[in-house]
Design a protein around this ligand. Sequence first.
Ligand SMILES: [Fe+2]
Ligand SMILES: [Fe+2]
Length: 265
Amino acid sequence: MITLAHISDLHFGRENPRLIEGLLHCLEKTTPQLVVISGDLTQRARKREFLAARTFLERLSWPYLVIAGNHDIPAYNLSERFFTPWKRWHRYLDHPLEPIVRAEEYIAVGVNTARRSGSLFDWSRGRVNLYQLDVIAQHFEKGGDEKLRILVAHHPFWLPEEYRHRHIIGGRDKALKKMRDAGVDIILSGHVHSAYTHLLGGLIVSHAGTAISSRLTRNDPNSFTIIRGDRRRLAIETWTWNNKKFSIDEHLVFTRIQGEWKDNS
Ligand SMILES: [Fe+2]
Ligand SMILES: [Fe+2]
């Protein structure tokens, strides 16, 4: 059985130091085998924000997989945005944009869904393309049948009704089919700053809210999730902040039957 921590949308520049300490305290008690950080590490991709994010990553005592979000591309320096959008990411974090972590019990693959530009000048929207999907599928196909297959993408594959205005990731339907065929079990995402878990096409789609930033959406508190289990059964706990500490707010259980995940909560 493995234990994963999923944190997202740290937005350094808008971080709350108390939440950082509360989060790290919970992680120390949980001792995850992997911490997944699903993008938007910074508020405006400023140097000082990346350096604060790096200091945070250096405090993690566990293996981690981190991907970028739409906020990690410079917003105001347009020449940098369009010609070298990931220069600061590489300079200050020195981390691949599409990382892979393999272990005995899981394989986790990160995909970069943030783009330097978008339709209708909405640069917050994300996409995944066929080339990326082919590469991801090859990574999963090389993993053993018993390994939990985790895809990490910043942008949402599914949205609750109240968040439909945030837009589903571009290329979602093709991506979902491809990921199903590749045996993906769970897709971990952020961007919406709301915690929710949903079954989609036999896969689990699980979102963490913003873990430590003041960029709260509607009435959703700061949150992160702890995922425990294996390829047969997964328990997903949502931990939310109550102004003093993080505590468990929701506990869901899923089982995999004939290649399809079902809700057993
Ligand atoms: Fe965000
Ligand atoms: Fe985002």
